[in-house]
Design a protein around this ligand. Structure first.
Ligand code: G3P
Length: 218
């Protein structure tokens, strides 16, 4: 499973990419709103950090989405255009995918949306794991079902699971071999923080100091 950062916070992203094996960055209008800065200036910086960048269209109608996809690509180069899977969005995915744009069907709450987006040619779909769990009960199960639907129908669309609030949600999907997960920055940073690990490392170091002397190394 590939890991992406679901954030536009430069400080946190720079920290994470220094330490973690990261494949890309995903944004949406709410994520950009949190940074309270001119969106394209920020997106250009994100694109320089990671070439695989996801940017969402705002328009709710087909013409607007198509126009935005062109504008986003003109300004930022090759990025993945996120389109909410509404009826207008599905039409836009069908059109843009046929034109060679990279598309991601987003705001996926149901297997039906994921199925239609894949048939329409989406390169990715982003099912919202925690929101599905909150509204309908089984976010993990829904993503696994989408995985099975794609496998059994020979659909090549990649699943980019999103909307995570807990590590165990990500790890359940890693276990299932889902293509990718986009994880909020703070959740990702906490993947590695563990006081028991820190204590184990300190005990190793102290034993070596006892053996060879303080501040020695191998
Ligand atoms: O990438 C979509 C994701 O950001 C939605 O997450 O936390 O708003 O449910 P959330």
């Amino acid at each position: 499973m590939k890991i992406l950062i679901d954030s536009a916070n430069l400080e946190k992203i720079n920290h994470i990419v220094k330490y973690f094996p990261i494949d890309g960055i995903t944004t949406n209008p709410s994520i950009l709103c949190k940074e309270n800065t001119e969106p394209y200036e920020l997106l250009e910086k994100l694109k320089q950090i990671k070439d695989l960048l996801f940017v969402q269209a705002i328009s709710k109608d087909f013409d607007g989405m198509v126009e935005e996809a062109k504008r986003i690509t003109d300004k930022l180069g090759d990025v993945v255009i996120k389109i909410p899977v509404t009826d207008e969005g599905l039409r836009a995915i069908k059109h843009l995918s046929a034109q060679g744009y990279h598309t991601c069907g987003t705001a996926i709450y149901t297997e039906e949306q994921a199925f239609m987006a894949a048939l329409a040619g989406a390169e990715y779909v982003a099912p919202y794991v925690n929101r599905i769990e909150k509204f309908y009960g089984d976010g993990i199960g829904t993503v696994k079902n989408i995985q099975e639907i794609y496998k059994n129908n020979n659909l090549k669309t990649k699943i980019l699971a999103a909307s995570f609030k807990r590590n165990d949600q990500v790890m359940a999907l890693a276990k299932a071999g889902v293509d990718a997960a986009t994880i909020p920055a703070d959740l990702l940073i906490n993947f590695i923080h563990n006081k028991d690990v820190d204590e184990a490392v300190d005990a190793f170091v102290n034993d070596f100091y006892k053996l060879v002397g303080p501040n020695s190394t191998m």
